[in-house]
Ligand binder design. Sequence first.
Ligand code: 3NM
Length: 205
Amino acid sequence: MGSINCARPPEQVLIDAIAGGTTFFQYREKGTGALTGSAAVELARQLQSICRAQGVPFIVNDDLELALQLDADGVHIGQEDAPAALIRQQLGPDKIVGVSAHSLAEAKQAIADGADYLGIGPVYPTRSKADAEPVRGTAIIEQIRAAGITLPLVGIGGIDARNAAPVLQAGADGVAVISAIAGALDSRLAAAELAALFAGDNISE
Ligand code: 3NM
């Protein structure tokens, strides 16, 4: 998430989301009205320190320089961003590289380039990404799994606690959400409702 996605101050949203069960955070300061320059860096630092205190990985969306500057845990890139192989080379083997993929071919390429996990979507219609690809449904996740890909897959796009179960049934290991948590009045409850779908999965261990 980024500041424009948040119904309340971003720091509070993140604290509540983690308290509710969020296990992984991506800083995505993008879109109309997003912070830029030193304000964007300052928010990143604050959110990173919340993640560190809670033992949650802090990943930067599409900004290698910021990730290096902050010694973030990794970078997430889309197909329109810098090539994954370059990001992997710049970050080294110990950082996390996540890649958004919208087809089996993109998934295979991302793995060849050194991705650690894939974001697959948009599963459902989303209002959080202006240039989102056409909706893929859950079939794309089934297709990637059926092709024998074992890398962690995270469904993204319009996912909330009411429609997340089919995403997991299709073979996703997790779900990535923006509005369902950041846009909620009670981010802790929203995260807890999603985390409950993983109960018994031991994902927090
Ligand atoms: N990437 P929400 S969909 C950032 O399909 C992003 O790659 C997508 O936000 C992709 O949970 C998306 O509010 C937006 O729908 C997700």
